[in-house]
Design a protein around this ligand. Structure first.
Ligand SMILES: [Zn+2]
Length: 213
């Protein structure tokens, strides 16, 4: 089960990793906590509806098994009580055995990402389920900051070592292309993908229940 803050996080951020999980035969469920209404890119009265269509189309491309879209405040997830976020994750959990999300520091500097992951990690911990956090290595975070002025962060220290995955970006690129309102060619995304090539970094934390390999 994937828990993200915004429509496009599943593609711009996690797309290659989710593609790999689906390719490995997993049923991947998506919970997206906001409608992305605060985006300054593509802003307008139809933005929420458009982003809803975009994330559904992207989920279909990625081969996700189900999608649940919530409408908590975009830009304000960190002010929503963690219990409330956790309850939503619990409602969607079903028989999931792996919680997937952005790295706990938020990756891009957006606090919504950290809030979504905090809820996912809390549920993982409570149910002794494994968790998988997607992030960028320190060097990529540093270069994105230097090249395009972002506030990306690497992996939190002391929470387990990230591991590198070789990924195929073809499906991710098709999912990214669904998010027309968010500029699939935006410089931050394109710079990250150029820096990383076919590599992604994830932190897997096991909590007692074995995953099938
Ligand atoms: Zn986001």
């Amino acid at each position: 089960m994937v828990v993200v803050a915004h429509p496009d996080d599943e593609s711009f951020g996690l797309g290659a990793v989710l593609g790999a999980l689906v390719e490995a035969g997993m049923d991947v469920r998506l919970l997206c906590l906001t409608a992305g209404e605060a985006s300054t890119v593509g802003a307008g009265p139809a933005l929420v509806e458009q982003r809803r269509h975009e994330v559904l189309a992207a989920a279909a491309v990625l081969g996700l098994a189900s999608v649940r879209l919530e409408e908590l405040p975009d830009g304000g997830l960190s002010t929503v009580p963690l219990d409330q976020l956790t309850a939503l994750v619990e409602q969607e959990l079903a028989d999931s055995r792996l919680l997937v999300g952005f790295e706990r520091l938020g990756v891009t500097g957006h606090r919504d990402h950290s809030a979504a992951t905090a809820a996912a990690l809390r549920v993982a911990s409570a149910h002794r389920l494994a968790s998988l956090e997607w992030g960028v290595p320190d060097e990529v975070a540093r270069q994105l900051g230097a090249l395009v002025g972002t506030r990306f962060t690497g992996f939190a220290r002391g929470a387990g070592e990230p591991r590198q995955l070789q990924v195929d970006r073809a499906v991710q690129e098709r999912a990214i292309a669904c998010h027309l309102s968010q500029d699939p060619h935006n410089v931050v995304l394109r710079t990250r993908l150029a820096l990383q090539g076919d590599r992604e970094w994830v932190r897997l934390v096991r909590r007692g229940i074995r995953l099938r390999s």
